[in-house]
Design a protein around this ligand. Structure first.
Ligand code: FAD
Length: 526
């Protein structure tokens, strides 16, 4: 049996015995066969000794059991790695950052405590998946939508705590949470926002409560174990309408993005979309491949004109009443008409609710609040897994072009070819800034993974030099990213460490998460 770092085999055996007494023997997993299921199946350390493998996993079934677990962990200084449903693929899966940690698996805590379709919110435990909540809403015929990310098997709680994103106007998942219950490292239970008021009537309607707003410190952190979380839901809209905006010149990007940002920032466009160059997508013909590699803008523009392909395009999604979405699209067209030669095309249009036959015709139902796993077709043929490089860049045409240069170089480094990056759409998962979600392949090939990790680390630095920081990352790079957020001699990290020392002096919760190490391990990691 593996043992957590710094813990003697005797102490670990005593801790395991006490975990078994606290939550039931069958919910404490120590066999290799069981523990293997918590490894990161997209690990960039595949076949390498550095792969962080847990020593055990435990699955409590309620808040009191979580409290008992953290008390035992404190007594024996056992590092715990909390997961809700553990589907964080691309960012570490269900594996801990520190090898030998015990995975605290909250999958069994999967109660849907409330769904309210008058005030449009839900209160759920960590083990509730998007599929679970969707089915519950369907069975009860409630008039609310959830906002799933691409894979629907993850949890609302884990995804929001990682500050993940979806597609509808509720797309910023941490922003759309309202109220938490958290077990602290010392076993105390805290309710945030209005939840601190006994018998509160608005825990899921008003975020702030009274006094400092602390919810943020429990996201992407190792300061607590979240055991309940509220979410704002989207009132089922009557209609959906999308419209394509297409421009033909390379430099039209600047005006296109400027108008787009205005529409986002004014609330006219409220959902996730991407700005793309259709010239960079799909399987290029030989002429386009050669043109893309030669990098001649004029020739690419001529090619696009001949083939009637836009140089850049953005598809705008609108949700609401039929009158309102039609007016939003009309208003958007008016705004974009400042770009010479701009073209518009009506896109998909739906009235809700969709029946099963209509749903079956939709390739990707996720933007309509319907969880799915179809996203796993991504990269299937290209790799044995992947990790994402996800920097936040300004919502400007200049930044998009700069990113294009950087990622063309990354593409060359990764593929060893002289071509250009096949595609990297820039996403509006969050208001006011773009995020790039760049696909880094994982192979069952030690040398390739080593080289790719080096490229990834270099990219963190290159991005930081350009003023771009990652919004989220794989556990393997959390230290690198935290290091890049270095203003004033790492003042933010020092603040995080001060909080860590105060809240979790024995460092039992997720050592190393987001670059935050407990005092006792800090020097060794420096
Ligand atoms: C093909 C593909 C497409 C993807 N598309 C998207 C997408 O569109 N949007 C998106 O956001 N993500 C996406 N992802 C990433 C990931 O799959 C999802 O974010 C997924 O929801 C995360 O898994 P989870 O919900 O099970 O979280 P978990 O794995 O349970 O948790 C994630 C992390 O949060 C912390 N944590 C979890 N629960 C708690 C808790 N109760 N208390 C304290 N800390 C906790 C832990 O550090 C944990 O490692 C994609 C991944 C793949 C492979």
């Amino acid at each position: 049996m593996r043992v957590p770092p710094g813990v003697s085999p005797g102490d670990f055996a005593s801790a395991i015995k006490q975990f078994q007494e606290a939550i039931g023997k069958e919910w404490v997993f120590t066999s290799d066969e069981d523990v293997d299921t918590y490894r990161d199946s997209y690990s960039p350390f595949w076949h390498e000794n550095e792969e962080p493998i847990p020593s055990a996993a435990i699955a409590p079934d309620g808040v009191e059991q979580v409290q008992a677990v953290v008390k035992i962990a404190n007594k024996y200084k056992i590092p715990l790695w909390t997961i809700s449903t553990g589907k964080n693929l691309g960012y570490g899966g269900s594996a801990p950052l520190l090898g030998g940690s015990v995975v605290l698996d909250l999958k069994r805590m999967n109660r849907i405590l409330e769904v309210n379709d008058q005030n449009h919110f839900a209160l759920v435990e960590p083990g509730v998946s998007y599929f679970d909540l969707y089915r519950y809403i369907q069975e009860k015929g409630l008039k609310v939508w959830i906002d799933p990310p691409d894979p629907g098997w993850g949890s609302l709680v884990g995804n929001a705590l990682e500050r993940g994103g979806g597609y509808t106007p509720m797309r910023d998942h941490f922003d759309c949470h309202c109220g938490m219950e958290v077990v602290l490292a010392n076993g105390d239970v805290v309710r945030t926002g209005m939840g601190a008021l006994p018998n509160a009537k608005t825990w899921q309607q008003y975020k702030y409560g009274f006094g400092p707003y602390v919810d943020g410190i429990f996201s992407q952190s190792n300061f607590g174990v979240v055991t309940k979380m509220g979410f704002w839901l989207f009132p089922e809209p009557e209609a959906y309408l999308s419209g394509n905006v297409m421009v033909s010149k390379h430099d039209d990007l600047f005006a296109l993005v400027e108008v787009f940002a205005n529409l986002i920032n004014s609330g006219t466009v409220q959902a996730t979309t991407t700005v793309v160059s259709p010239l960079a997508f799909g399987r290029p013909d030989a002429e386009l491949t050669a043109l893309r590699a030669s990098g001649s803008t004029k020739e690419l523009e001529d090619y696009a004109a001949r083939k009637t392909i836009p140089y850049w395009s953005v598809s705008l999604p609108f949700y609401g009443s039929p009158k309102v979405v039609a007016a939003q699209w009309e208003f958007a067209r008016e705004k974009f008409s400042v770009v010479p030669g701009v073209r518009f095309q009506d896109g998909a249009s739906y009235r809700f609710p969709l029946d099963a036959d209509q749903l079956a015709t939709i390739r990707n139902p996720v933007p309509f609040g319907v969880p799915s796993l179809q996203t796993f077709s991504i990269g299937g043929a290209r790799s044995q897994g992947h990790m994402w490089f996800s920097p936040i860049i300004p919502m400007t045409g200049e930044a998009v072009l700069e990113a294009q240069q950087v990622f063309d170089q990354v593409y060359k480094d990764l593929s060893g070819s002289e071509g250009v990056s096949s595609s990297f759409p820039v996403w509006s998962f969050f208001a006011r800034a773009f995020v790039i979600i760049y696909f880094f392949p994982i192979e069952h090939d030690v040398e390739k993974n080593r080289r790719n990790r080096e490229i990834f680390k270099r990219l963190v630095k290159t991005s930081a030099e350009r003023g771009w920081g990652e919004y989220r990352t794989h556990t393997a790079f959390m230290g690198d990213i935290a290091d890049a957020y270095s203003f004033n001699n790492h003042a933010l990290l020092r603040l995080h460490e001060t909080m860590k020392d105060a809240l979790d002096p024995y460092g039992i919760l997720a050592p190393g998460k987001s670059g935050i190490w407990p005092k006792a391990m800090r020097k060794a990691q420096a």
